[in-house]
Design a protein around this ligand. Structure first.
Ligand code: ATP
Length: 258
């Protein structure tokens, strides 16, 4: 099977007023179609930079990022991006926000209405069509942003700490929903997080980075079954052992940053 996303000896150096900043170095990684891959590592190790390069927002300084066998084009339209900030339009209601991508591609009104209703149901927002972002809780805003992202129907979801601002319970609910949706729609996911528990809970593979310049320290295959019960994970011996193993791996990098 061919990988969907490939990082081949990727180096990215930024030019800043304080001089060059090497964000990542020697990154070799292959992501298969349909895989859920989490990226963890200390702050500033270039995790977002890797997502940006997958989205085609900028290119590596050396090495190559390939998508479906070809170098990533400028603006990779087969990917959809979601960051900590949900970027909902405050002057549009929830249905109006989710409809934006469908309006851009010129879908007829009736089809937009149907697609929006389906997406709202998928993320558990039915009944809030006419609410405005300011009236929503943090979790509901994330759901709306996720539905809008799915409206683009991207093959790959690039998620940069999407749930970092949520409290523990809401985060768990969003994780459960995201995992279900990703599996059901067969999405490929690159998910950046600082939270090791989250990284292990969601991933098929966990990629651990060193401090800046970010290098891959280890790629860990999940010990959990693909079909997993996120609610019951805390009681899973395998889950706790894998999380502890990752803490050990990350400890030197955390020390370095300190
Ligand atoms: N556009 C840019 N111009 C200059 N420097 C940048 C740019 N983007 C990222 N950097 C620098 O590259 C390094 C890696 O940044 P990046 O945001 O990819 O790290 P990260 O691992 O996602 O960090 P965090 O976990 O804190 O979000 C940082 O030192 C950052 O300041």
């Amino acid at each position: 099977m061919k990988p969907l996303i490939e990082f081949d000896q990727v180096v990215k150096t930024f030019t800043t007023s304080a001089g060059p900043v090497k964000a990542v170095e020697g990154v070799d990684l292959q992501v298969m179609r349909g895989q859920f891959v989490t990226l963890v590592g200390p702050s500033g190790c270039g995790k977002s930079t890797l997502l940006n390069m997958t989205a085609g927002l900028f290119h590596p300084s050396s090495g190559q990022v390939r998508y479906d066998g070809a170098p990533v084009p400028q603006f990779n339209r087969r990917t959809g991006y979601m960051t900590q900030n949900d970027h909902l339009l405050p002057w549009r209601d929830v249905a109006g926000n989710i409809a934006v991508p469908l309006e851009i591609v010129g879908l007829p009104r009736e089809q937009i209405r149907e697609r929006v209703a389906r997406l709202m149901e998928m993320v558990g927002l039915t009944g809030f069509e006419t609410s405005y972002p300011v009236q929503l809780s943090g979790g509901m805003r994330k759901r709306a942003a996720l539905a809008r992202l799915l409206a683009y129907d991207p093959e790959t979801l690039l998620l940069d700490e999407p749930f970092a601002a949520l409290d523990a319970q809401l985060r768990l609910r969003m994780q459960i929903e995201l995992l279900q949706i990703a599996r059901r729609l067969d999405k490929t996911v690159l998910f950046v997080t600082h939270d090791l528990d989250e990284a292990v809970a969601l991933a098929d593979r966990i990629v651990v980075f060193s401090g800046r310049p970010g290098r891959i320290v280890r790629v860990v295959e999940s010990v959990l079954p693909r079909d997993r019960d996120l609610m019951g994970l805390r009681r899973s011996v395998e889950y706790n052992a894998q999380t502890a193993e990752l803490w050990e791996l990350l400890a030197p990098a955390v020390e370095e940053v300190r």
